[in-house]
Design a protein around this ligand. Structure first.
Ligand code: M6R
Length: 615
């Protein structure tokens, strides 16, 4: 995790870096720091806390002029979040300075060796070890900064996106990447370095995304030279034209990114199926599937790998794929899959789901599946991300940037993509009738308007949130397609309000969790019509007889649950397989309002980061 930003060019670096750090703060917000070079002096200011804390402190510590600089916003891995452990880090001589996103796994042995050679360390970080290793190589081997970085990186084990500056060579910044993302914005004799392209959107739309094991020397007047870290071979820079807009990454009048992103879902879902869903012609077109159709149709099974909310989308997909396309599906936590010696063959198709496309465990699981000969299909939101590049084929969700740490529109758009794939395969396999297929297409097209309608319940949901905001524990229950929605609802509440919440299949309640139910326990039950409605009504009865507080997520016009529940929140009716796209909405809003009422930091919940690039 962590966000890195750098600038070298003709403008003042400070405002670019500061604003860039604000945009990357979703990646970590334990501490922040900036180093600037003004032509004579290398100056540095850093602090525990957020970028806003740095902004308050920096003017008291250093002058802000200089047209070269690097900045960092941190999600702590090695060492507690304090001022000293914050980045950037100087080398012992004070000549070199570094920012780093990732983990150097063998830092302890390198540190020991450097201490023997007279180096001292003020922080507990692996990064301070790396910059001193670079300095040591530079001195002993008498090489330039770029070469020293390359030699040092060939000695380290771990993951990194780094930017290194040497005050004796002020016309260049050296960057390198392995496992963590790094983009270079290319302007007119000015260059921007960042973990993603958002910090430089208003300056240039031209970007180079470094590949793993590549490094670049970004030099004024001479441009960019990219090399392979291992064998020193030159790589031709591939410059991409960015499609992102500035408006997509601001709050646009909403109090929080999360609320904005919840309300963006009707449009985001439409963007996901636009150009793919053709109701008139009864067609679904998806290049990634069309080009690999035989392979996917002949698969023995589909294995879904993902983490967090994306894993929940994978669980929904399991129900949809098995129900519509009759293909066996297994859904795995990427972090478990990669370490448990799974049985994978060439006949398996792996679907990797990830909003960021950078999640370290998912990436490692993909590499493992590929090494065993499986065909790997990615469902990502971030265009050009590591997972999008590592997979054999894929489909983007087109949700637009998701900045709130709690995933919302990523979830519903992932389900939309996966539903399109399931329907397409079902049609090809003949496991769905023509009329049922057409009905699904029609209903899917209506989902954005139905999500809009579900969002209109916001004021009512706020009232419910007020009643339950002080709960210490909550249960979320759902069956079938809506069991994963129960898990997702519980995750949303946990991560932004810090209230303990558990999601369960409704019928599992009687195998244990029912013991928790008393008058203090709010139970959110997804009880939409169709599917197992009567069974869920029975579960609701069981909760009522134990005096639990029942909040039902029901289909418009519902009577049975309404009669039993303390509160109901209605969503429009749709096909059973599509209900997760609607039942999710009130649960997202509920968590949001509770977190706001509890005065929690909704967009940047404690201990979390948006992009989990460490194991
Ligand atoms: O970027 P990814 O979808 O791979 O991220 C996976 C999880 O880290 C992510 O979904 C996380 O659980 C969110 N904070 C949930 O809101």
């Amino acid at each position: 995790m962590c966000g890195i930003v750098g600038y070298i060019g003709k403008r003042e670096a400070y405002p670019i870096i500061l604003e860039g750090l604000k945009r990357l703060e979703y990646r970590g917000y334990d501490s922040a720091g900036i180093a600037l070079y003004d032509g004579e002096n290398l100056k540095l200011s850093k602090t525990k806390g957020k970028v806003a804390d740095l902004e308050n402190k920096i003017t008291k510590e250093i002058s802000l002029n200089g047209s070269v600089g690097i900045g960092h916003t941190r999600w702590a891995t090695h060492g507690v979040p304090n001022d000293v452990n914050s980045h950037p880090h100087y080398s012992n001589s004070g000549d070199l300075v570094i920012i780093h996103n990732g983990i150097i796994e063998n830092y302890a042995s390198i540190k020991e060796e450097l201490i023997k050679r007279g180096y001292s360390f003020s922080s507990d970080t692996d990064t301070e070890v790396l910059i001193n290793l670079i300095e040591d190589v530079k001195k002993n081997e008498k090489v330039k900064l770029g070469k020293a970085v390359q030699i040092a990186l060939n000695q380290v084990v771990g993951a990194y996106a780094i930017a290194v500056f040497d005050k004796n060579k002020p016309d260049e910044i050296v960057v390198a990447k392995l496992g963590s993302p790094l983009a270079i914005g290319v302007g007119d004799n000015e260059f921007f370095i960042a973990s993603d392209a958002t910090p430089f959107l208003e300056y240039t739309k031209k970007a180079i995304y470094l590949e793993d094991e590549e490094m670049a020397i970004v030099r004024l007047k001479k441009g960019i030279k990219i090399r392979k870290i291992k064998d020193d071979s030159l790589v031709a820079p591939y410059i991409q034209e960015l499609q992102l807009n500035l408006e997509q990454i601001v709050k646009g009048g909403y109090d929080h990114f999360m609320l904005k992103e919840i309300h963006e879902q009707p449009e985001a879902i439409k963007d996901t199926y636009r150009g793919r869903l053709n109701v008139k012609e009864g067609l679904i077109r998806m290049a990634g599937i069309d080009d690999n159709l035989e392979h996917i149709l002949n698969a023995n099974r589909i294995i879904v790998i993902a983490c967090g909310t994306s894993w929940h989308a994978g669980l929904v997909a399991e129900y949809i794929f098995e129900d519509l396309a009759r293909i066996p599906v297994e859904v795995e936590y990427a972090s478990e899959f990669r370490y448990r010696n799974p049985i994978i063959t060439e006949k398996d198709v792996v679907i990797a789901i990830s909003q960021s496309g950078e999640t370290a465990d998912t990436l490692a699981a993909i590499k493992l599946a590929k090494s065993k000969g499986a065909f790997v299909f990615g469902v990502c939101n971030v265009v050009g991300s590591s997972i999008a590049r590592e997979t054999h084929a894929g489909a983007y969700t087109h949700a637009g940037p998701e900045i709130g740490v709690a995933s919302t529109k990523a979830f519903t758009t992932q389900i939309t993509v996966l539903t399109l794939i399931a329907l397409k395969l079902a049609k090809e396999k003949g496991t769905i009738s023509k009329s049922d297929f057409q009905l699904h297409l029609q209903e899917l097209q209506l989902i954005p308007d139905k999500v809009k309608k579900a969002l209109l319940q916001d004021e009512h949901i706020k009232t419910v949130a007020k009643i339950y905001k002080d709960a210490k524990n909550c249960l979320y229950l759902g069956r079938g397609f809506n069991f994963p929605v129960a898990l997702e609802g519980a995750l949303k509440l946990k991560e932004i309000s810090y209230i303990h919440a558990e999601g369960y299949p409704a019928a599992e309640m009687k195998h244990g969790p029912i013991a928790l139910i008393d008058e203090q326990m709010p139970v959110f039950v997804i009880a939409t019509k169709r599917g197992h409605y009567e069974k869920v009504v029975s579960n609701v009865q069981e909760i009522k007889s134990r005096k639990g507080k029942i909040i039902g997520i029901v289909t418009e016009g519902d009577k049975d649950v309404k009669n039993l529940a303390d509160h109901v929140i209605e969503v429009p009716e749709t096909l059973e397989s599509l209900t997760p796209l609607l039942t999710t909405i009130p649960l997202q809003l509920l968590s949001y309002h509770i977190a706001v009422m509890l005065e929690k930091n909704v967009d940047q919940p404690r201990n979390l980061a948006k992009s989990v690039t460490v194991e």
